[in-house]
Design a protein around this ligand. Structure first.
Ligand SMILES: [Zn+2]
Length: 385
């Protein structure tokens, strides 16, 4: 049984793979590998796909996990919308479903929408093939108890037994993880950071957070709150933060903080291309557009935000010594100069030896990272057993 698990996991990580290579990786005797592969094929867990590309000798056929054997659903929600994916054992996306939350942000309404989205995806496959539902949560979770503990983004969202509720409604196992951690896991398994064992992912949007892969493991933390980069203290006289403190990175450099600063500067008489907005509200996309046209005010405020972000990320790099930093796609939307400024500050503020071989990348998974990471939790559980 143990060896079967070793073989399945080695194939999962290295597929498609030949039997010879499997032997090198697992150190299991060739005869045992042949037997176990045969059983796994009979049980429909493995398929053969193509032949290896070798110039000499007999070409071996390659083994792959039979993706369609089982499925999982990964779902991410926040105060604005729900995105869910049906993925197979190989993490391949088979279906996608999205819903806007709308004006009504009552707890019951949001839960009802989550149930609807998840069950519409679950109906696409026979129920015995569905392993479970992974949830990428916008706030703090207690995953063992299945509790969505707190989110500053959704009013009155506290101590919600989301795991239990969804399990009762959908009759499948449910697992919770914080959204930044889910995204980091997805980048590590499937994205730009695939198999990079020391990895830092920076989430940027309504909030700021990071995820850390250290020596091949996702850091979750004692209270599953590892990676709260947004609440690191960065400015002595900074704005009040949603967490109750002040001067947090999130309160001075997140997208809402940037929009607030632009709005206030315009109200105080600063010149800007977005001077005449009708309701006085300023959106991030207006700011990006104005900045791309050379608007001084927007460029200055974005630049200031990049500076703070660079300092916060540099501190994190000094703590965890990653090989690669992956930026949220939303950071690239701010403009090329924004990322360049962040990288400049990182190089200035981090130890030289830590940055000399440091790689930078922008997420390749985008909005699917959260649900993919959440589904990965369910798949990992399966491969552990
Ligand atoms: Zn804070």
């Amino acid at each position: 049984m143990e060896k079967k698990k070793v073989i399945l996991n080695a194939i999962r990580k290295n597929q498609p793979i030949s039997r010879t290579r499997l032997k090198e990786i697992t150190d299991i005797r060739p005869g045992t590998i042949t037997d176990l592969v045969k059983t796994l094929k009979e049980d429909n867990f493995l398929i053969e796909e193509g032949k290896e590309k070798s110039l000499r000798g007999r070409k071996q056929s390659l083994l792959k996990i039979n993706g369609e054997r089982y499925f999982a659903i990964g779902l991410e929600f926040d105060a604005e919308r729900i995105i869910a994916l049906l993925v197979n054992l190989n993490n391949e996306i088979k279906a996608k479903k999205e819903t806007e939350i709308g004006e009504d942000k009552e707890k019951e309404t949001i839960i009802e929408k989550i149930v609807l989205v998840a069950s519409s995806l679950s109906q696409r496959i026979p129920s015995e093939k569905l392993l479970g539902l992974g949830i990428a949560d916008p706030g703090v979770v207690k995953s063992k108890e299945g509790i969505s503990f707190f989110s500053s983004l959704i009013p009155n969202w506290e101590n919600v037994p989301l795991g239990k509720i969804l399990n009762e409604r959908l009759k499948i196992p449910v697992k919770l993880i914080s959204a930044p951690q889910a995204k980091t896991l997805a980048e590590f398994r499937l994205g730009t950071g695939k198999n990079i064992e020391n990895l830092l992912f920076i989430e940027f949007g309504p909030g700021i957070a990071c995820g850390v892969i250290s020596e091949g493991r996702l850091l979750r933390g004692h209270n599953e709150m590892a990676g709260e980069l947004g609440h690191t203290h960065i400015s002595e006289n900074g704005a009040i933060c949603g967490c109750g403190s002040y001067g947090c990175l999130e309160a001075i450099a997140s997208l809402p903080a940037i929009a607030k600063k632009v709005k206030e500067a315009i109200a105080a008489g600063s010149k800007s291309l977005i001077e005449n907005s009708e309701d006085g509200e300023v959106t991030p996309s207006q700011i990006f557009e104005a900045a791309s046209k050379g608007d001084k005010l927007c460029l200055n405020i974005l630049n200031e935000s990049a500076n703070y972000l660079g300092s916060g990320i540099a501190n994190t790099i000094n703590l965890f010594n990653p090989e690669m930093v992956i930026f949220d796609q939303r950071m690239a939307l701010c403009g090329e100069f924004f990322l360049e400024e962040i990288k400049r500050v990182i190089k200035r503020q981090s130890l030289r030896f830590a940055t000399s071989s440091l790689k930078f990348a922008v997420s390749s998974l985008g909005e699917e990272a959260g649900p993919l990471g959440a589904a990965t939790l369910i798949l990992d559980e399966f491969f552990k057993k």
